[in-house]
Write a protein of this length. Structure first.
Length: 131
């Protein structure tokens, strides 16, 4: 998206849609598997509902924030190492930077949990927890 421009819009949308579709599907599948396997049996619907609500709310806020930011910077432009960067380009640079920062902050917190609630979350069915 950093090199996105109106004349190349459809090509970038196609590439982004393919990569984004694969990535989003993979992450949603992983999140759904975790929501089904980790919480206690009776609490699963509440975990799924909470996740869906918060994820949808965050997606809406992200789109709103991007729209507001674009409204304020759409007429800005500057050059960097010979590249002309417009407000449109800056929006995607900021988006990429925030996604990268979030990934760098959250990934170290991910821990391998081999077994939760006597369920092996690695995909092996009904393996009892080893104490």
């Amino acid at each position: 998206w950093i090199f996105a421009a109106p004349q190349w819009g459809l090509i970038w949308i196609l590439i982004s849609s393919i990569i984004g579709g694969i990535s989003a599907t993979a992450s949603m599948t992983a999140a759904n598997k975790m929501m089904i396997r980790i919480p206690p049996h009776g609490s699963r619907p509440m975990y799924i509902a909470s996740y869906s609500t918060l994820a949808s709310f965050a997606a809406g806020l992200g789109a709103l924030a991007a729209g507001i930011m674009h409204h304020h910077i759409k007429h800005m432009a500057f050059s960097f190492i010979g590249f002309k960067i417009s407000g449109f380009d800056m929006l995607f640079i900021v988006s990429f930077s925030l996604r990268l920062l979030t990934t760098l902050i959250l990934v170290p917190w991910i821990k391998d949990i081999p077994c939760v609630n006597n369920i092996d979350i690695s995909g092996n069915p009904s393996r009892e927890r080893q104490n």
